[in-house]
Design a protein. Structure first.
Length: 343
């Protein structure tokens, strides 16, 4: 099987020569260590050496305040926000707002001004041939809504002023649907899947009730997934944390893959997920990046990967349990992960 065939077969839960694997999105601070260890000059060479299957590409977004789509909406209320920074806990622009009709008092950016169609095509065309190309669109409408008010205020307004919260989160959704459409239209036939993400899990459970997510968040999630699928794309849905109780909602919304199986979060044990949902959805992740990859030995990493392959002979893209490879992960453990995938 080649990378693309293996990727599709894995997420469609079909027989594979080996499960698909994905390095994730290494933090630039980890580059020196990875390149030195693998004796490579860049990430492309490194991915080729470990025989990765997936190549992520983020939407190119450039505005006066942001060079990343996930920081495009700067809701900082007191002028303490910095370009390319996104904070959930600082006071947000809408902190003191209660009237939904006032949402246009915020200077909403127009994504068509800051997403260049030519650059969309270029960044995808630059992916080396043969990889499963993953468009990283994020579209974190829930997290941005929390930033818009400040997280504590946002969660209170969901209960006390639901119409205000809905007005803001729906307007955020409009921004992402328009941004994604530009990206999808200009990369037709060149992407295989997209990564959509919203963190609504903590280490021990959801940050809000399942009912609140169903009322305020999942209608937008459904629209984002439907949009991607209208372009023939598979959808990987990301949320860190313990999200077991709403995985059925994400399946119902159309997600093909649940990412990242945060290995140490409550109820996110791979065997439990396989038994509960393995006939309905695929997964991505599973190799603990909180402790095992940081503090474990290569042999311990190998044993975990072999265990995951026994539980998920297919239906799991084997990957670190967080998409960002940080510099505290020894490169030898990354090597052990990818070698074990191929055993």
């Amino acid at each position: 099987m080649d990378h693309i065939e293996r990727f599709y077969a894995t997420i469609e839960r079909q027989p594979v020569d080996r499960p698909a694997s994905w390095l994730g999105i290494p933090d630039p601070r980890s580059f020196d260590g990875l390149f030195s260890y693998f004796q490579t000059k860049d990430l492309i060479e490194t991915k080729k050496q470990i025989d990765d299957d997936v190549f992520p590409v983020e939407i190119p977004y450039h505005s006066p305040t942001s060079n990343a789509i996930y920081t495009a909406l700067n809701f900082s209320k007191r002028g303490n926000g910095k370009p390319d920074e996104r904070t959930l806990t600082a006071p947000g622009f809408f902190e003191d707002y209660s009237d939904p009709s006032r949402i246009d008092e915020f200077d909403w950016p127009d994504p068509s001004r800051y997403i260049d169609p030519d650059e969309c095509r270029r960044v995808v065309d630059e992916v080396p041939k043969g990889y499963a190309v993953l468009g990283v669109v994020w579209s974190a409408h829930f997290q941005d809504a929390c930033s818009a008010f400040g997280m504590e205020t946002a969660l209170v307004k969901m209960i006390t002023e639901p119409e205000m919260f809905k007005a803001v989160i729906d307007r955020i959704l409009e921004f992402y649907l328009k941004a994604n459409e530009i990206f999808y239209e200009n990369t037709k036939g060149k992407l295989h899947a997209v990564l959509i993400g919203n963190d609504f899990g903590s280490q021990t459970g959801l940050m809000v009730s399942p009912e609140s997510l169903r009322e305020f968040v999942f209608p937008g999630t459904r629209k984002l997934i439907e949009q991607a699928k209208s372009y023939g794309l598979k959808v990987i849905h990301h949320s860190c944390g313990s999200i077991y109780s709403v995985i059925p909602d994400l399946i119902e919304a159309g997600a093909d893959v649940i990412h990242p199986i945060q290995a140490l979060a409550k109820d996110m044990e791979p065997r439990k997920l396989k038994e509960s949902f393995g006939d309905r959805v695929a997964f991505c992740g599973g190799v603990d990046a909180q402790n095992l990859l940081v503090n474990g030995t290569p042999q311990e990493v190998r044993e975990k990967v072999l265990e995951l392959k026994e539980i998920f002979p297919t239906g799991l893209i084997i990957s670190p349990s967080h998409e960002a490879i940080l510099p505290d992960i020894p490169p030898e453990n990354i090597e052990a992960l990818f070698k074990a995938v191929k055993e």
